[in-house]
Design a protein around this ligand. Sequence first.
Ligand code: ITT
Length: 222
Amino acid sequence: MLLGVASGRFILKTLPDDEEFVATGMPDRPRLILATRNAHKTEEIRSMLGDRYEVLDVNDFPDLPAIAETGTTFLENARLKAEGISREVPGIVLSDDSGLEVDALGGAPGVWSSSYGGEEGNHPKNNERLMREMAGRTDRAARFRCTMVLAEGGQTLADFSGTVEGRIVEDLRGTGGFGYDPLFVPNGYDATFAELGNEVKNQLSHRARALAQVVGWLAGRG
Ligand code: ITT
């Protein structure tokens, strides 16, 4: 059972496998609420954390307001999401603002990675535009960046960043991952993140690098 507060109203939601919480009123492990609606991010973070944390995201709290990402940097948007959601739910909230920076495109799509193709969260369209913009270019260097923010009660506790350097290939390759993964080859590899699969991606990704710092920070806090 999960109790949250959204816009002044209580939400009660049953999680059938959360028997410990039902029995004692307390979860058996620390809870981390992700300020994301992107199920792929949640899946990656949950898989990287293993069973150390009970990981929920805003999709588990259906009445939460949408947070407008009006910032111009990953940090600004990560703070908006973490602070905004942590005002509405009890406990520690973790946000992830991330994107792809391509040198030949002056750092685009950057913080606008999610809507680069013209439609928020439309990954095929984003990839189509990226392939079009990169056609014929020889400088193919790029990196994924991820900024994570921990917040509680509307206040930022700490922020963390991770990057992974690589290059953009000409055609989509592979079926794993999400977003730009079929076009991104990390340095030291010949395969895209989508070809390498989540096990490899989760060892070296921008998200993995930021999350490792988050885990260290939370462990130090006790
Ligand atoms: P939330 O704001 O709800 O977390 P979002 O997907 O809109 O979800 P962002 O604003 O941080 O999140 O935009 C992230 C975009 O950057 C994402 O939609 C992808 O296009 C790209 N991206 C980020 N991490 C990626 C990854 O690991 N692999 C591929 N593309 C990624």
